[in-house]
Write a protein that binds this ligand. Sequence first.
Ligand code: ATP
Ligand code: MG
Length: 331
Amino acid sequence: FDLKDEDLKDLRELGQGNGGSVKMVEHVPTKTIMAKKNVLIDAKPSVRKQILRELQIMHDCHSKYIISFWGAYLADPNICICMEYMDKGSLDGIYKKIGPIDVDVVAQVALAVLEGLTYLYDVHRIIHRDIKPSNILCNSRGEIKICDFGVSGELINSIADTFVGTSTYMSPERIQGAQYTVKSDVWSLGISLIELALGRFPFAESTSDDEDDSDYENTLSPARPGSIDLSKLPPRKPKTSKKDKRRSKGVSLQGGGMTMSILELLQHIVNEPAPRLTPEGRFPPEADEFIDACLLKDPDTRKTPKDLLKFPWIELAHLSTINLEDWASTI
Ligand code: ATP
Ligand code: MG
């Protein structure tokens, strides 16, 4: 139906991202609860209209693994995207609240994301481009769905310049400037699944020391994500000087007690071996096998989402009798 700003009543804020904010709203005429995402876009009217046209593709996306779309409209200077409200929020919030997620639930997440990605690509030729725990949502029915996929090329162009901070799920080939393919999403899925199972980001651990963020955003933002040739950068050195300490972004590399800036993290992704689910065999071997396949650094040997659906871990997930509704009730 026809969505208008004046028909939507704000109920509460659900979260804030790089692009804008997401609110829980009620569509008063129909009493429908929705999630409304405001994206601030600095673009000419013709580009805004183009974005709005492109977003309409979401009306044709029907899968139980994809968030449903209520509609989008322009509310200068924002574009408002109204989507299905998921009452348990995103998986990053969930693991931060309840701790590491049980590996059998993580298997169901893998299944849902792969099915969602395969649907988007096979039916609509859409590549997600932003798979990460905050874009995987859950509700009290135990449904797991993906959101924030790259339907609109113009929208991607308009926000690309302001979006650098969360490039850490980016595949090595993307960091080095290669085109996005479905296999880049597979890498991001592998990183996300490790994060959920371990209850922490696999490369680094964020600290509350965010004071110098802007420094690094300034360093990186003139370039499009993916256009930084990290192979030309010098190798990472342990930080010693006082100035370096001050400048470090407050992200520390696991184990070593060293700190890394975003740029160094990107360099690490490109140059170091991919992370693994477990060094000590804590998880089922099928899970390790799956994650290792997602995190092959060479995109030519990495599988597509469709291929990965045939992996033993995912076939087992299909046969599983796990009750996600019960699990969701514990959140
Ligand atoms: P980024 O801007 O880097 O992509 P993000 O995904 O966290 O990060 P947003 O997409 O703006 O940023 O979302 C902000 C938060 O709002 C999410 O973390 C999620 O918890 C919540 N959220 C988003 N969409 C919904 C939804 N449909 N239902 C419920 N909560 C949602
Ligand atoms: Mg998001």
